[in-house]
Design a protein around this ligand. Structure first.
Ligand code: COA
Length: 395
């Protein structure tokens, strides 16, 4: 366990207790190498770069290829976050992966990440709240720490929605891209970190954004595949209306819960669905667009990965500075929405990791890979031995 061991509140010497909060101490992201431009889409579909840019703000998106998956992107983003925090993976208590496109129904993507990082003392689970997933997971991680139960929680948003897109449907496939973003949360009793969260859902809007098949209601069959029921379907206009309202409302609610005026939000990091949705929320909130982090031109909508990727890029670009009051907002299928108010403390200039520590963590990941392979091999050997050599079947 981490040497720092905080109860959920701490005396400040005057008998008053300070709250334990979750602070973001590490961040990382991963975008697939393959970039797909609007012009490439225009060569396949009845659309144009002008239409897509004008209606959405998107110019490119990154799409998985050559063995890249949700898990591989999540692992890469997580390794970056641990590097920035200079953390020991064996001291992570919990891994939460927000995704609606896991590599498998089970094992969870979080278990794949836990194994690859050698995070052997961590619990691990996936969380599905679609595009709101990362902010939901951030809220869960924060609560696990604030309760005193955990000291370090790794929160990842990762999705490869390209695997669920109908590439002949110009109303949906132009919007999405793949990627992953991760943060490491650590307990702190400083006046920093996650100050408030808001979670919301409205299941009555489930039909607006849905992948009909692949669950137990409509299992994957030859027929479901022929009918394209395993592809994402969306009522773009109604989702647009929902998103424009909820982005501003959730930001306002979480700011008030944190005790901030809306005008005191230094940076708002919204889910990157459509620049027009963000502009409309900016107008409703009375905030200038310069306060919003927007990177959807490069990535499109990466679902659960969009908020942490935008966060990482803003930190690295120096547009988030120590002392800034941040609000992150996710919204999406479910329908769901979530917001978090975060007081920022770290600057990228503070991040220094020695070569030895980098090398040590790299070796740990190689060891984890080897150990996992050996354990899987031994498992298969044991089954073969029981069935073949002993001639019995324990099933
Ligand atoms: N290229 C060219 N034309 C297109 C097109 C495309 N990619 N997609 C749709 N069109 C056409 C439509 O067929 C329609 O043509 P018509 O008038 O001849 O019927 C016209 O453009 C307008 O369609 P509409 O759906 O009203 O466009 P829009 O302005 O609402 O933009 C979206 C469509 C999808 C960009 C927009 O509704 C949106 O962003 N919605 C929210 C989606 C979202 O964020 N989802 C994820 C939430 S997590």
């Amino acid at each position: 366990m981490l040497a720092l061991s905080l109860p959920n509140s701490k005396s400040n010497g005057n008998g008053a207790h300070r709250k334990v909060r979750a602070e973001i101490v590490g961040w990382g992201m991963c975008a697939p190498r393959r970039v797909m431009t609007n012009d490439e889409l225009a060569a396949m579909l009845d659309t144009s770069d002008e239409w897509i840019r004008g209606r959405t703000g998107i110019a490119r998106r990154h799409i998985v290829s050559d063995g890249e998956t949700t898990a591989s992107m999540a692992i890469a983003a997580a390794q970056d976050a641990l590097q920035v925090a200079d953390a020991d993976p064996r001291e992570i208590d919990l891994v939460i992966v927000a995704t609606s496109t896991p590599d498998h129904v089970f094992p969870s993507t979080a278990c794949q990440v836990q194994d690859a990082l050698a995070a052997r003392h961590a619990g691990a689970f996936d969380l599905n709240a679609a595009c709101s997933g990362f902010v939901y997971a951030l809220a869960m991680g924060h609560q696990a720490i604030a309760s005193g139960e955990h000291q370090q929680v790794l929160v990842i948003g990762a999705d490869a929605l390209s695997s669920r897109l109908d590439w002949t449907d110009r109303g949906t496939c132009i919007l999405f891209g793949d990627g992953a973003g991760a943060v490491l949360l650590r307990a702190t009793d400083a006046d920093a970190g996650v100050m408030a969260t808001v979670l919301g859902a409205d299941g009555s809007g489930g039909e607006l954004l849905k992948i009909p098949a692949g669950g137990c209601a409509v299992p994957t069959t030859h027929e479901s595949v022929t009918q394209g029921l395993h592809y994402l379907r969306m009522d773009g206009r109604l989702v647009y209306r929902f998103a424009s309202g909820v982005l501003a409302e959730a930001a306002e609610q979480v700011a008030h819960k944190a005790g901030w005026e809306v005008s005191a939000i230094d940076r708002l990091i919204p889910h990157q669905a459509n620049v027009r949705i963000i502009e409309s929320a900016a107008k409703r909130l009375g905030l200038p667009m310069e306060r919003f982090v927007v990177n959807l031109e490069e990535y499109g909508n990466t679902s659960a990965a969009s908020v942490p990727i935008a966060l990482c890029e803003a930190i690295e670009a120096g547009t988030i500075r120590p002392g800034d009051q941040l609000v992150m907002v996710g919204f999406g299928a479910g329908l769901t929405w979530a917001a978090a108010a975060v007081k920022w403390r770290r600057s990228p200039e503070e991040v220094y990791v020695s070569r030895q520590r980098r090398w040590w963590r790299w070796s740990l990941y190689q060891w984890a890979h080897l150990r996992s392979g050996v354990r899987r091999g031994l498992g298969r050997l044991a089954i073969w031995f029981i069935r073949t050599v002993e001639g019995r079947d324990d099933r």
